[in-house]
Design a protein around this ligand. Structure first.
Ligand code: UD1
Length: 417
């Protein structure tokens, strides 16, 4: 089992190149199933989740290869094998985003039902209800959902909740439907806009992506294209968290500040200095952070993926803060690990009360999901003694060259086998 070994940090300095957005790249890859031929995606991060999505696409009959210039080339044949098997969906629930493209392209999809995970119960009812309204019928047996349809027919849909992945999935189904689909209460995340941008360049007719009302006029066919993935705002937030905790000044090259407005406002309220450029952010911290309350919400609110990072920052800030989780009720698993490092955090329902301490205490801790793992690495920067983080395979799912990038800004971290 590999582990990260982290030592307390001095103020950080240097530059980090921000990777392409994981939560965009995975959906862009699925969108390649809507065409016949080769789609080339640039700035797709080299992370385990991309490897798993490549395996899903390969199981479906596509070929996936990295080309010399870094492009991820996905070649989709005329005929697909429209099945997403349990072994892969179990490893990565985002695999369910092949459902929409397969229904649209093939009129049939058999996708393993994702189970619960460390965030708690995670249903896909919003996806299935929407596909049903567009004309698909379903049977669920042996742990799989099987959907069938003739050509989907556009309709006005209203989502119960602005689910990010459901918006992506339904968008990819609706682009080839007959007639016009409207998604009301759609997710507004920048990654949804990125997917809509790819689909539009493939020939889809979409308006309103990035707002809560997306209108899609179905077309008969889409063409493969090349596309550059947007930067990863959660990866960028992780390095911002590192400098907030350890002090110093770093530059995030390629970061998109306008996708991170609410977070950057919170970081400024905590005492960090943030300078925004067209495609970079310079962040500095010269004194101990101040506590501020945070409350997660769908975009443009503070993303739930930032929360483990923010709670770690609050655990060493001056004062008391309430961090409320409004997206995933069960997303508090990492708090027990932070407590093992001496953090003073009490959980009441979906609120965490964080009483800032001057320093934490290095310990052996376990990463249970991607962001929780990154948050424990941040905690190690401000903990006395050595912090050893196991479960690094979770961190590898979302972070490209994590230890190298951290070492580049002065963090003492090694990967031990
Ligand atoms: C995506 C991101 C994840 C991020 C989350 C919220 C990817 C691969 N993952 O996850 O990193 O934390 O957005 O920004 O993009 N829900 C239902 N029924 C559904 C779908 C969702 O009840 O059919 C609920 C979920 O249980 C959760 C809430 O809606 O409570 C938000 O989930 P959703 O926006 O769908 O998150 P994901 O798209 O799965």
């Amino acid at each position: 089992m590999e582990r990260f070994v982290v030592q307390p940090a001095s103020p950080l300095s240097g530059t980090v190149a921000v990777q392409g957005a994981k939560n965009s790249a995975l959906k862009l890859m699925a969108a390649a199933l809507l065409t016949t031929g080769t789609t080339r995606l640039y700035r797709v991060p080299d992370i385990t989740d991309v490897t798993i999505m490549s395996e899903v696409l390969t199981a479906i009959g596509a070929t996936v290869a990295r080309e010399e210039d870094g492009a991820l080339a996905i070649t989709t044949p005329e005929t697909l094998i429209p099945i997403a098997p349990y072994e892969l969906v179990e490893k990565m629930r985002a695999s369910v985003v092949v459902f929409g493209p397969l229904l649209a392209r093939h009129g049939f999809a058999r996708v393993s039902l994702p189970g619960g995970d460390d965030f708690g119960h995670r249903p896909i009812d919003i996806h299935l209800r929407a596909f049903g309204e567009l004309g698909a019928t379903f049977i669920t047996e042996h742990g799989y959902v099987e959907g069938r349809c003739e050509r989907l027919v556009g309709k006005e849909l209203v989502f119960d909740f602005p689910s990010h992945t459901a918006t992506d999935n339904v968008l990819m189904a609706a682009v080839l439907a007959k007639g016009t689909t409207v998604i009301e209460n759609a997710a507004r995340e920048p990654e949804v806009q990125d997917l809509a941008a790819l689909l539009t360049s493939m020939g889809a007719k979409i308006s309103g992506a990035g707002t809560s009302r997306i209108e899609i006029e179905g077309v008969d066919a889409l063409m493969p294209v090349s596309h550059v993935t947007i930067p990863d705002r959660v990866e960028a937030a992780t390095y911002l968290g590192a400098v907030g905790i350890a002090g110093g000044s770093i530059v995030l090259n390629g970061a998109c500040a306008s996708d991170m407005d609410m977070l950057l406002e919170k970081l400024v309220a905590m005492g960090m200095e943030i300078e925004r450029e067209h495609d970079s952010i310079t962040a500095s911290a010269s004194s101990r952070l101040r506590s501020v309350d945070i409350s997660t919400l769908p975009y443009p609110g503070v993303a739930t993926d930032y929360k483990p990072l923010l709670v770690t920052m609050l655990s060493v800030a001056s004062g008391v803060a309430i961090a409320s989780e409004n997206v995933f009720a069960g997303r508090f698993g990492y708090i027990d690990e932070l407590r093992r490092m001496g953090a003073d955090i009490t959980v009441e329902g979906h609120h965490a009360i964080v009483r800032g301490k001057l320093r934490l205490s290095g310990a052996q801790v376990r990463a249970r999901d991607i962001r929780a793992g990154a948050a424990l690495v941040l905690a190690g920067l401000v903990a006395d003694g050595t912090t050893t983080i196991s479960g690094v395979e979770h961190i590898d799912r979302g972070y490209e060259r994590f230890t190298e990038k951290l070492r580049g800004i002065g963090v003492d971290i090694v990967r031990e086998v």
